[in-house]
Design a protein. Structure first.
Length: 182
């Protein structure tokens, strides 16, 4: 079974006014280190040079990448990442993400543990080796304009989130009761 950890970074929490900046991925393989890779909105293959707000190629590429795997893992992915991605796909006339086995580590924490479900707090509580990184609000806005330095910072942040997510997944896996398609 192929499992993929993923995380979106966007310009807003609303798919109506926000767009995808990047998405990081990491295949989850027990006992093996796998590389993190990222699809960036400022990459020429995903960017519409005539319209900065057009994230249609990026959204479709993310959907297609997720569908290569049997199960995907996200943190707050059911409430945010999946819904935001589907909103952006709908906006550009693309089909939504197919139903896929979906594990959300935030919901494992909320359902089975009495600790904060924020990924940073889970990381600290579990003493995970990688750490989430802070980003200033100004740099979020600069990344929205595809400022290279700000985008690099957002991508680094997203990649660290996926590393933390994978480590949290392995620690939380014994608490998972079921896996459903979403």
């Amino acid at each position: 079974m192929r499992v993929l950890a993923w995380d979106l970074e966007c310009t807003s929490l609303s798919g109506m006014i926000g767009r995808i900046l990047c998405c990081s991925f990491k295949e989850v393989v027990h006992g093996h280190k796998t590389p993190v890779y990222t699809f960036r909105g400022d990459d020429k293959k995903f960017r519409n040079p005539k319209d900065i707000i057009d994230d249609s190629k990026l959204a479709a590429a993310i959907r297609d990448e997720l569908e290569k795997f049997n199960m995907v893992v996200a943190h707050n992915g059911k409430l945010f990442d999946r819904k935001f991605l589907n909103a952006r796909l709908l906006k550009c006339g693309e089909r939504p993400l197919k139903p896929i086995f979906f594990t959300d580590t935030m919901w494992i924490v909320r359902s089975h543990l009495r600790i904060s479900s924020k990924l940073m707090n889970v990381q600290q509580f579990l003493g995970l080796p990688d750490e989430k990184t802070p980003i200033s609000w100004d740099n979020w806005m600069r990344a929205g304009a595809f400022d290279k330095a700000a985008m690099d910072e957002v991508v680094h942040h997203c990649e660290m989130d996926v590393r933390v997510l994978e480590a949290a997944y392995w620690k939380l896996l014994p608490h998972m009761r079921e896996v459903r398609k979403a």
